[in-house]
Design a protein around this ligand. Sequence first.
Ligand SMILES: [Zn+2]
Length: 318
Amino acid sequence: MHRLQDARGNPRAADCLINDTLNPGRQGEHLTARPVGRFAPSPTGLLHLGSLLAALASYCDTRNRHGLWQLRIDDIDGPRSMPGSAEAIQKTLESLGFEWDGPILWQSQRLERYHAALQTLIDQRLVFACQCSRKSLPRGEIYPGHCRARLIDSFPVADHALRVHLSGKCSFVDTIQGLQEFDLSRDVGDSIVWRRDGLVSYALACAVDDADKVSHVVRGADLLAGTGAQLGIIKALRLTPPEYAHVPVLLDANGDKLSKHSLARPVDDSDPLEILHRAWLILGQQPLAACDTVSDFWQQAIPAWQMSRVPRTRQITV
Ligand SMILES: [Zn+2]
């Protein structure tokens, strides 16, 4: 398989080949030479082992590159948020010794930016109003483009979702999962950017924030499928995509995803070293010497981190 490579022969991530209608501009440069990683939990529950893997991998990857690490709370979906959960996640991260740079970025405080991005897409005649109900669409299938002709000039449109027309091919090299290729029409479809209930979509907010603020996205492989839509949006906005690495998702012994939604037990931070070592080993890293404190752990872990040791699979059963 042909692999995208940079001048030094390294695989080049997030090279998105999208047709000229969508992407007349050339790919820009990252705004900062210093790598920026992030952990971006939704405040819909407590931190569980699966999300800790993503946090730990992102943190080690970023610090190993001497980069900046951002904590972002993806709290635009107010109705799904659990009161107190953002604070609880923050507290658990602190007790595990994570240190983020700068203030926490709350998506709920970035609505103006998302609205500006949406208007940019509208101005490019890419956004249409859609009133299709979930029931009227074939379940689990790609949106068939029913309402594509209903282009809009401004938003919101009462009682309608807004979708962005995505087409063309898109590929990137995921640092863990390898080459990913999407045909945006066939595999992704016209992504919702504005929900019928008046909220900006996760895909739009996440795409904008990652492109604006982050150079290296490390997150769970359950989000790999959504990367096509996010890259399509980033390219339509003529922003520079980050590099992506998707760590395996944890499955329990029954084969169910360990997630906040399946009553996975929250991370027990009463023994932070035990849980950090456990996550470290699940990520395929070489065992560390015994440590007495979490700062000992990080002092060993950060220089020892090897992304190439993370299992190249989408799922791990624990
Ligand atoms: Zn529709």
